[in-house]
Write a protein that binds this ligand. Sequence first.
Ligand code: G3P
Length: 216
Amino acid sequence: MEFFLDTANLDEIRQATEMGLVDGVTTNPTLLSREGGDWRSRMQEICDMVKGPVSLEVVGETASQMISEAEDLTSFGDNVVIKVPLTTEGLVATRILYRKGVKTNVTLVFSALQALLAAKAGATYVSPFVGRLDGIANDGMELIREIRTIFDNYDFSTKVLVASIRHPMHVLDSALIGADVATIPYSVISQLASHPLTDKGLAAFKADWDNFTKLN
Ligand code: G3P
């Protein structure tokens, strides 16, 4: 399973890249607005820093607005993936971009049927939001299971990109189900690395070594 970082923060991208954990990055208008500053330079810096795909999202409501934004956003780099909302206009835009050879990430997906529509339109990725579904007492991971089954049934090449990840269990379940990508906030990446028994074991090794070397 590929790991994308769900962020527009350059330090987070740098740190996760040093750990070899960044296969790509996903941004959205909220993440970019949180960082402040000039969004164009920020997008450019992210696209330059990251070797893998970088999702940049359109905000227009009509397909033609989305297409003209996509033309601008693709100028940031060859690794740009255009993030398009799962609306009827978004599906039209996805189809047009597919025909032009532009990669898309269809976002704000909350049902398996929406994911099926995105795949049929030619999406490169679909982004089901598991955390937001869990947040309204639905089962986010069950949606991932359904989408995986449908895509496998019909050999869709569209990749399942698990989004709105809140905790390590979302990452573990994504990998067990066979999602193609998990886009993970940096805070969850940090949680994945830590384990109390690792800390305890490390402290014991250090104490034993210090005692031993004092004696020699
Ligand atoms: O980038 C899309 C998605 O991961 C957003 O997650 O935390 O806003 O539900 P969240």
